[in-house]
Design a protein around this ligand. Structure first.
Ligand code: HEM
Length: 550
């Protein structure tokens, strides 16, 4: 008898649960539940009528299977509900074959163009970093990246998981990655822009870059027969960024800084690599929480935290004026906003922001310089023209103000960044559900501005041809700058954007003035290899012969 009561109450509970679920999922759920209720009651009455007093193992099984069936039904209904609730732009989002996905990764540059050709406005693609709405049209890019920047400015990328988890409970990269409308995001962005304005107004950049160039020059001279372009330009860029961020110079043979550089270079490789092995490592990290880059990142952050602590010892008192070694660098400009920050920014946050800027700046400068040197050896005629201009202006040393006079060098830089933008797709994520045009887009969907396709669109005459002249004289006036965005778009675009063409032109001219670069073995084609967040050619080496002063 006792078992019978148990059996009846179990059935009642099932019915009760079924009703609860039914009330949540509406009509279809209701029908399904009626059927299930009938089935359960039939089972119970069958059991009663059979006169079985003892509770059989069969009851356990049927109860178990009913629960499983309910779970499956609820998941199915939720899936159906989401499908009807959210509407995305059309696109090849149902890649059922792994080979398609792999081929997409192997030929990513080509595929960014194919997608823009097949879907001139936009399309939805499923990638291993999630669902991406790829915007292929400049006016749509403006609508989202400028018009809806309040809801689409979050920067999330699983490549940078090492930076996402810099301290317990913090899953967003800080500083440059605060949401656009967050108070802290705005004050930090503004402070960094003002800082860049100031160092240029005070001509500080010339001294920083020239000092670092001298070290780079002796490095190239002693490795003149062969140097690894990506690795050495990264080192050069990292020394510049370290000086700009924390006002410290390190010698190339400083062992501690060498370890710091090597660790950062490993993270940099993680950012630009996008192999199948890399993708599975990211998936494994998400499952287990263990990752090599997280460990490296911890070491790197420890250095920076020490530097921050030295400069800002009184973080708990919010007295950020007390910076005994205040030195007008990027660290100062972040510490300056700490008293006005809400929520509070502590020293760990400041260190993570500095790491963001050091890492981003070095990675981007490395990317741009690597592409420039690849095009130099690929297009020697144009490179010689640029060198002639640098020589005729006596541009042997970096000088920001005079860089704008180097018309041909600047055109060369612009054309290289058109053909091979360092950031091929600028990705932002939605902060909440978003209704836009006919679409209803779920929170955390990624929007990608297809910069690579913009730079190769039919708006350009012969878009696949490397043509420096298109940026010179009357030709330049025909260019629609809506189709050109190497430094991002909207309120979160690069804080150094206003000055980057001149900075890159100056760096390029100094390199050409001082060195003759030649192939040292095979060089890659600009569309060879694959890339992750940053677009880079496969590793290659060059020789660098030092040139006389004239
Ligand atoms: C060739 C060099 C560079 C390129 C191609 C580049 C490109 C970009 C791009 C495309 C973005 C926009 C990302 C987005 O909207 O999500 C960005 C943001 C940013 N860049 Fe650069 N960048 C370069 C150099 C630098 C340098 C040298 C600095 C350091 C002073 C810097 C600091 C920043 C910061 C702080 C942001 C974030 C702005 C924000 O989110 O509010 N960049 N950069």
């Amino acid at each position: 008898m006792a078992e019978n009561i148990l059996s009846n109450s179990t059935a009642d509970k099932v019915v009760e649960n079924v009703e609860k679920v039914a009330s949540g999922v509406g009509k279809v759920g209701g029908k399904v539940v009626d059927m299930l209720q009938e089935a359960v009651q039939t089972t119970v009455s069958d059991t009663d009528s059979s006169g079985l007093e003892e509770f059989s193992i069969l009851n356990y099984f049927s109860s178990f299977f009913i629960h499983i069936a309910l779970i499956v039904i609820v998941i199915g209904l939720k899936w159906q509900y989401d499908r009807n609730r959210y509407r995305y732009p059309k696109g090849p989002r149902d890649w059922r074959h792994i080979s398609d996905a792999i081929s997409f990764h192997r030929k990513k540059r080509e595929n960014l163009l194919v997608l823009a050709n097949d879907y001139p406005q936009m399309c939805t693609v499923v990638t291993h970093v999630g669902r991406v709405i790829l915007l292929n049209d400049p006016s749509l890019i403006n609508e989202i990246f400028i018009g809806r920047a309040d809801l689409c400015s979050n920067k999330i990328d699983s490549y940078l998981e090492n930076q996402l988890r810099y301290k317990t409970g913090k899953h967003l990269r800080t500083g440059i990655v605060f949401r656009h409308y967050d108070h802290n995001g705005q004050v930090i962005h503004r402070s960094l822009v003002e800082h860049v304005d100031q160092i240029l107004a005070q001509n500080k950049l010339d001294q920083v870059i020239q000092e670092q160039f001298e070290q780079f020059r002796s490095y190239l001279s002693s490795n003149s027969s062969k140097f690894d372009v990506r690795r050495s330009t990264f080192r050069f860029a990292l020394h510049i960024l370290t000086q700009l961020c924390i006002n410290r110079t390190f010698k190339y043979d400083d062992k501690v800084f060498e370890t710091f550089t090597n660790n950062l270079y490993k993270i940099s490789k993680t950012i630009h690599e996008d192999t199948v092995a890399k993708t599975s490592k990211v998936a494994l990290t998400q499952l287990t929480g263990l990752s090599e880059t997280l460990d490296i990142n911890e070491t790197v952050l420890n250095y920076i935290q020490e530097w921050v602590k030295e400069r800002h010892p009184n973080e708990t008192t919010d007295d950020s004026q007390v910076t005994s070694t205040s030195s007008g660098d990027i660290l100062d400009s972040i510490i300056k906003v700490v008293p006005t920050a809400a929520p509070h920014i502590d020293n760990e946050d400041v260190a993570a922001m500095i790491l963001d800027v050091v890492m981003h700046g070095s990675e981007m400068l490395k990317g741009a310089l690597t592409w420039l040197l690849l095009y130099v050896v690929k297009y020697p005629h144009e490179a010689n023209e640029a060198r002639r201009e640098a020589k005729s202006h006596g541009y042997s040393k970096f000088n920001f103000k005079n860089a704008d006079k180097l018309t041909y060098c600047q055109a060369f830089v612009k054309e290289v960044l058109r053909m091979s933008p360092v950031v091929p797709v600028v990705i932002h994520s939605t902060l909440q559900d978003l209704r836009w045009r006919d679409f209803h887009i779920q929170k955390r969907t990624l929007f990608g501005a297809n910069i690579y396709a913009l730079h190769h669109s039919v708006q350009w005459s012969e878009p696949t041809t490397f043509n420096v002249q298109r940026w010179i004289g009357d030709n330049a006036e025909k260019i629609s700058l809506n189709n050109y965005a190497p430094f991002g778009i909207g309120p979160r675009q690069c804080v150094a954007e206003k000055y980057l063409f001149s900075i890159l032109t100056g760096l390029f001219a100094v390199l050409l003035h001082n060195f003759n670069f030649e192939k040292s073995g095979a060089i890659p084609d600009p569309d060879e290899g694959t890339f992750g967040m940053a677009n880079l050619p496969p590793s290659f080496s060059l020789s660098a012969e030092e040139l006389g002063a004239h």
